[in-house]
Structures are given as structure tokens and as C-alpha cells.
Design a protein around this ligand. Structure first.
Ligand SMILES: O=C(O)[C@H](O)[C@@H](O)[C@H](O)[C@H](O)COP(=O)(O)O
Length: 238
């Protein structure tokens, strides 16, 4: 595990020979952190990302026997679609994570029906406000464009999205490259997590990550690493 310090953007690189080994290692790390949180405060709060990368990790985590009835799972971000949509991250989590042992966990979605995405985000629904913040664990993904969560480089009001002092829990996102409008946890809620993992796979993502750590225009993933008070644990496999 190589620990890197880049002018405030600290991260630890955890490289694996294949995606199954990564899934087992990341699941073991997350399960241990959740168990520690339950021992310390009686409950644990986990936020996960969607997309195509997490499926193996979700399957590995779901089978680990921890006190899942004391775990609340929410999302880092969500497309503005109902859980029945094939684009829904809530649907992905229900199908791939909240199974087996993890079926006993409580799930709190970001999406709920509303007249607009702004209305949905502004309500920061009652269920979210009452969660036992800060997050104990957050697992981020990253796009090849350097976005993470729904902090897309072409998002409207990107500076607001990246503001680490925001008091908001959930923010609305409009970005041409995102497809549908998004709901995202705010930067402040993400970087306050006790354990921040970035799960990326493939050479394209490694190249994109290395590029984001270099000079030039700061991509959102670099902004998150710089805003985080603790090193981000990067989990990568080819
Ligand atoms: O809603 C989403 O799409 C995710 O939360 C998003 O932030 C994801 O982590 C990246 O876009 C990577 O997506 P892939 O895993 O599909 O490459």
C-alpha cells in the first residue's frame, strides 16, 4: 500500500491483482469499520455509490456476518428516477447489497417523488436529517472524467457542489454529461466520513486518477481528496 501526499490531497493506493480480490478486501475493510462503529456508538452509517463498478464489492459485503440490523445504508448520489428504473442506484443496492446477511440493514434512499429535483433535494428528507451523522464509511466511485458522487465537471453551480462548508445534506445536480438530473450528498457530508474509500477498476480509471492527481485543471475527485481531513483509501484493480 503506497501512501501518497500531494499538496493536501492525501491518498493511500491499494492495488489488487484482480477485481475479486479487491472486492473481498474492500468488503472486509468496510465490514470492520462498521463493526467498530457499532461497538463505539451502537449504530453504523454507510453511504455507497452506484454505477457499474460496485456489484462484486456489494456481493462480497452482503455475505459478511456483522450486526446488519444496526447498520443504516444510504447513497452517495442518485439519479432522479424511481427505484423501479434500471438507472436507479437504490434499485442496484436493493438487488446487490441488501441481500443475504445485509438484508437486515435499514436503507434510506435519496430519491423521493417531488415536483422538481430542487424540491426533492431541499427537503433533505426527514429520514436523512435524523440519521446518525457523520458517515462511518463512504465508498466513492469515479468516472473517467474525474467526477465522483455527482460532482460532474460540467455541472451547473459546481463551486456550490464542491463547497466543503455547505450545511446541506443533499444537493440537486444538473449536468449535461450526467444523463438525468442527480441528487448528491454534499461535499461536507462525504469528507466528514470516518473512512473514505474510492473504488475504481480498469486501466482507464487508473489513468484518469493519475491525471487528476497531476497539474492542470482540478477535477472533482482531486477537490474531494483535498477537502478530506483524512487520506482517501483508493482500491484499484485492472
Ligand atoms: O450514480 C452513479 O453513477 C455513481 O454514483 C457515480 O458517481 C459512479 O461512481 C461513477 O459514475 C462511476 O460509475 P461506473 O462505476 O459505472 O464507472
Amino acid at each position: 500500500m503506497a501512501r501518497e501526499q500531494l499538496s493536501g490531497a492525501a491518498y493511500a493506493w491499494n492495488g489488487f491483482a484482480d477485481r475479486q480480490q479487491l472486492a473481498a478486501a474492500l468488503a472486509g475493510n468496510v465490514a470492520a469499520r462498521l463493526t467498530k462503529a457499532i461497538a463505539e456508538r451502537g449504530t453504523a452509517l454507510l453511504a455507497v455509490s452506484g454505477g457499474t463498478t460496485p456489484a462484486k464489492f456489494f456481493a462480497a459485503l452482503s455475505s459478511i456476518p456483522i450486526a446488519w440490523d444496526k447498520v443504516t445504508v444510504t447513497l452517495v448520489d442518485e439519479r432522479f428516477v424511481p427505484p423501479t428504473s434500471p438507472r436507479s442506484n437504490a434499485g442496484l443496492v436493493a438487488a446487490k447489497l441488501l441481500q443475504s446477511k445485509a438484508a437486515a440493514a435499514r436503507f434510506v434512499p435519496l430519491y423521493h417523488e417531488a415536483a422538481s429535483i430542487e424540491a426533492a433535494a431541499a427537503s433533505d428528507s426527514e429520514a436523512l436529517q435524523s440519521l446518525a451523522w457523520p458517515l462511518d464509511v463512504v465508498v466513492l466511485g469515479m468516472g473517467a472524467d474525474g467526477h465522483t458522487a455527482s460532482f460532474f465537471p460540467d455541472a451547473d453551480k459546481l463551486a456550490e457542489l464542491l463547497d466543503p462548508s455547505s450545511q446541506r445534506i443533499v444537493l440537486p445536480v444538473h449536468a449535461q454529461s450526467a444523463g438525468e438530473p442527480r441528487l448528491t450528498l454534499s461535499m461536507a457530508r462525504i469528507v466528514a466520513a470516518g473512512f473514505i474509500a474510492l473504488h475504481i477498476e480498469g486501466e482507464d480509471k487508473r489513468t484518469a486518477f493519475d491525471g487528476a492527481m497531476g497539474a492542470g485543471v482540478k477535477k472533482p475527485i482531486r477537490e474531494v481528496l483535498e477537502a478530506a481531513p483524512i487520506p482517501v483509501e483508493v482500491f484499484w484493480a485492472p
